[in-house]
Design a protein around this ligand. Structure first.
Ligand SMILES: O=P(O)(O)OC[C@H]1O[C@](O)(COP(=O)(O)O)[C@@H](O)[C@@H]1O
Length: 444
């Protein structure tokens, strides 16, 4: 843990409800939206009272009953991060709202399935058009923010240099779990934010882009994931606790719903692809056999849960406790393991490769893979005490970045351009109709 967890923000933020600009119930109802109906429950006389913030698995709200948006949380009356970082976060949340709309859109149903080449062998890990489109959405938002020097993404072989004077470096997996997309199973976006290393400014672009992207996880200044599920959840840390915000689709605001998340020290759930049981080392097999029989240090029978979508499996683990793991060399250190470990540690848990703390590792290449174990402190300690838990063999699942050959990238780029143009048209349509209803900006 880097520093003490701050008190819930309700105590810090004096909240001014945005709806106060509407002077009467009738003005509100004129909008005719579910948003109106929802908020009407908190209307008293001519005064609108903000809805009460909801405590998740975390500390209770106590005093003030205002609700807090992400931007209020990071702003002057909240934890007050630097203005540059607030601008960057605003662009990141905007990108994620677009991705949330994209993964839920009926227009991408068939596109979710395409990879453009035979899906055999390692190509099961091949990017899909939605991965590429999500990547483009994020890149475009980061460019527009004016705050980013370099973006390193799962979808690009090399980091993308954006601007000489951008103060930040962003590492990202734009759409994790996209192999689930055609079945509408949850997906997620992962971000890590570092400061640009000014001491590298005089190096050639490729070198400084790579070195800035290979910073150790211990230098992260913020990390977040966004879960696209029945709710869209943005879970974030700035090194002083972990907070989750839930997207209010009617206003486009991320609302603080889980302040100061504390992962339970023990869970009763292990999350792993156990079809690989026979490829696991002895230690891991013993651990799983032990806890599922209720013979571990915590004398309860553990249950298995595995969505096969890292962000979703981690989100459940943060809230309910237990361990989420992928013991084979599959997940990536720079833009998956590091940001997620930072978030878990800030919630009081642990992130490990089975031998070392993730945040203590120095990345040596951008798409470096490793075994990953994230979870409750006591469960993690027990698991690691079995010693031999990293899966060394990976038969039938060998993967590399070689599938991102030029021809495949060009094919995907073409498909992405088509999807982007469909989305832009749809956004333009939506903006037109929203503006026609008197609102200034759609979050789509
Ligand atoms: O095939 P496995 O080992 O179960 O791996 C599943 C994991 O791979 C992922 O899909 C990530 O893989 P990609 O980054 O290639 O999409 C995770 O979301 C999931 O946890």
């Amino acid at each position: 843990m880097q520093s003490a967890v701050r008190p819930p923000l309700y105590h810090l933020v004096s909240f001014r409800p945005k709806l106060q600009k509407f002077s009467s119930k009738s003005q509100l109802c004129a909008l005719g939206t579910p948003f109106c109906r929802l908020r009407m429950t908190s209307v008293s006389g001519s005064e609108l009272r903000p809805l009460r913030a909801v405590g998740g698995s975390s500390s209770s709200s106590g005093g003030d009953d205002g609700f807090v948006t992400l931007l209020e949380y990071v702003g002057k009356e909240g934890i007050h991060v630097k203005d540059d970082l607030v601008v960057l976060l605003d662009h990141i949340q905007y990108a994620c709202k677009r991705i949330a709309a994209l993964v839920a859109s009926p227009f991408n149903y068939s596109l979710g399935k395409q990879t453009g080449f035979d899906s055999v062998g390692s190509d099961r890990d091949a990017p899909k058009p939605l991965d590429i489109v999500s990547n483009e959405i994020i890149l475009s938002s980061l460019r527009k923010s004016g705050k980013v020097a370099v973006m390193a993404s799962e979808e690009n072989d090399e980091p993308t240099w954006i601007s000489e004077d951008g103060p930040y470096v962003v590492v990202t997996d734009p759409l994790d779990g996209s192999r689930n997309i055609d079945a509408s199973i949850p997906t997620g976006t992962i971000f890590g934010i570092y400061k640009r290393l000014e001491e590298l400014d005089n190096l050639p672009i490729e070198e400084k882009a790579m070195l800035n992207s290979l910073q150790s996880g211990s230098r992260l200044i913020a990390a977040a994931y966004v879960l696209y599920s029945s709710a869209t959840i943005l879970c974030i840390t700035f090194g002083s606790g972990t907070q989750a915000f839930t997207l209010d689709h009617s206003t486009g605001d991320f609302i603080l719903t889980n302040p100061s998340i504390q992962i339970p020290p023990r869970g009763q759930i292990y999350s792993v692809n156990d079809a690989r049981y026979f490829d696991w080392p002895e230690g891991l097999r013993q651990y799983i056999d032990t806890v599922r029989q209720g013979k571990g240090r915590y004398p309860k029978k553990y249950s298995a849960r595995y969505i096969c979508s890292l962000v979703a499996d981690l989100h459940r683990t943060l809230l309910y406790g237990g361990v989420a793991m992928n013991p084979r060399d599959h997940l990536r250190l720079v833009y998956e393991a590091n940001p997620l470990s930072f978030i878990v540690e800030q919630a009081g848990g642990r992130g490990s490769d089975g031998k070392h703390r993730i945040l203590s590792l120095q990345p040596f290449k951008l798409h470096q893979r490793l075994p990953l174990f994230l979870g409750s402190l006591e469960d993690m300690e027990e698991l690691e005490s079995y010693g031999d838990i990293q899966q060394k063999v990976n038969p039938g699942y060998e993967a590399s970045h070689s599938f991102r050959s030029k021809a495949k990238s060009e094919f995907l780029f073409l498909v992405s351009a088509t999807v982007m143009s469909m989305i832009n048209k749809s956004i333009a349509r939506k903006n037109k109709s929203v503006m026609g209803r008197g609102r200034s900006r759609s979050f789509l």
